[in-house]
Design a protein around this ligand. Sequence first.
Ligand code: S3P
Length: 161
Amino acid sequence: MILIGFMGSGKTTVGIELAKILDKPFIDLDQQIVLENNMKIPDIFNKFGEAGFRQREYETLKNVIEKDAIISTGGGIITYPDSFDLLKNISKDIFYLEIPFEISFNRIKNDENRPLTKSKKSDLKKIFEHRIPLYKELSDYSINGSESVNEIIHNILMHKK
Ligand code: S3P
């Protein structure tokens, strides 16, 4: 099972709980990128730019995608065509945690571990709006991410294959 959605949509929190319930390993793709590159995400952005980060994110995705695990992805993974296609062609449940921009923004603003939060709020909103159709296209189900973690998990378990 794969969780997608914008920054701050709760992918990691929900993924950890789901993994416990389903007794599967949990893989946080961002953490995995940090481990594989031995660099923090802001340092990867600074040194290689966003394009360099996306390339590394794709390499890490390839390394974990076949695992029987709950995989939480970074919010921008859908913007890189190779990653998008890889996700599109894997036969796994993909859930989109959908939340309003303001909720996401309040959760992520000032987070130094998320380089994109340095952007102006209006620019971040444009990024958010640009991504929505990509999340929708890729996912099997959109889940209302504004509900409680328990409700979100309940909804995911109802729809899982
Ligand atoms: C990003 C989201 C982050 C991380 C990186 C870029 C994005 O992951 O991959 O900072 O472009 O939306 P989260 O969605 O887990 O915050």
